[in-house]
Design a protein around this ligand. Structure first.
Ligand code: SAM
Length: 295
């Protein structure tokens, strides 16, 4: 049923936007000591070879993350430098052959002693097998539970998150479907609506592709409405790398919607996105935007 494999896309411009936003958000949330319950509804395989046949065939990482490899993190906007250092940690020999997907990126940030926990869901049998293997080799494995199953369905069971020792409840949820089936757009809206009703103070990060399809166009507006109805702050950021050739195909833009974003996130992304456009931009239609409101 599923033909989408994230290995073709790992480290592309969309992953850079998504993981930069995720990392900056988690860093902010972790400024407080209390435990965070993380949920990754669509985990993927967890770790990707940038020199695999799939990555070479698509060339997406080469046009994305690998364009940033030779930049000095210290000379970049802080959140972007932090992201590149985090990716570099997965590549201790300095050759960027490996890219961490969201579950492994989150695992590298978990503070098990503080009580941080991660639940990851993945439906593709072969990706879930790879993911399970990568989790099993990670020092934070005991703080992680991986489930073969439908992340949209499962999100209900994760919220509200369990109370921790100090009776605090904190949750951070990444929703990153492949949108391989058109119904994913409606399921995102339905899941986020339900999640915000169950746990209004959670931080919800939703990635979506910017493509010529009504459902994709409407998604950020619908998510913003959910936040506004619940009187919660929201942020919407987009990155378009444009096209060198107007007839070229493939994804060239995507967006992130964050409900209950850290108050610092908008200014951090406003600092980082112009640098990404400079280094990843292909020409026609390249650009970025950051909007925030509510609260
Ligand atoms: N979040 C990952 C990352 O950033 O590294 C990438 C995830 S990829 C875009 C989407 C994944 O969702 C695919 O691996 C696909 O097999 C999986 N998937 C598709 N439908 C799903 C569902 N209903 N529940 C859980 N996983 C699903």
């Amino acid at each position: 049923m599923f033909s989408y494999r994230h290995a073709f896309h790992a480290g592309n411009h969309a992953d850079v936007l998504k993981h930069l936003t995720l990392l900056a958000t988690v860093r902010h949330l972790q400024q407080k000591d209390s435990a965070i319950h993380f949920t990754d509804t669509h985990g993927g395989a967890g770790l990707y070879r940038l020199d695999s046949d799939m990555a070479r065939q698509s060339g997406e990482a080469a046009a994305g993350l690998l364009q940033l490899r030779d930049l000095s993190p210290d000379a970049l906007p802080a959140a972007l430098g932090d992201y590149l250092r985090q990716v570099a940690q997965f590549n201790p020999d300095g050759a960027w052959r490996v890219y961490p997907g969201s579950p492994l990126l989150l695992m590298s940030l978990l503070r098990p002693a503080a009580g941080d926990r991660l639940r990851v869901f993945e439906m593709h049998p072969s990706d879930q097998k790879h993911l399970r293997g990568h989790i099993a080799q990670h020092p934070a494995q005991r703080a992680v539970q991986m489930v073969l199953g439908d992340g949209f369905e499962a999100l209900r069971s994760q919220l509200p998150p369990p109370a921790t020792a100090g009776n605090s409840r904190r949750a951070c949820v990444l929703i990153d479907p492949s949108y391989e089936v058109k119904t994913d757009y409606a399921r995102v809206v339905q899941s986020v609506d339900d999640a915000v009703r169950r746990f209004p103070t959670g931080t919800y990060l939703i990635w979506y592709p910017i493509i010529g399809r009504a459902e994709a166009h409407d998604l950020p507006r619908k998510l913003r409405l959910i936040a506004q109805r619940a009187q919660r702050p929201w942020l919407h950021a987009t990155l378009s790398v444009g096209r060198a050739d107007p007839h070229a195909r493939g994804l060239n833009a995507s967006g992130m919607v964050v409900i209950n974003p850290p108050y610092t996130l908008a200014s951090q992304l406003k600092e980082c996105l112009p640098t990404l456009v400079t280094h990843l931009g292909q020409g026609l239609g390249q650009g970025h935007s950051v909007e925030a409101g509510g609260g």
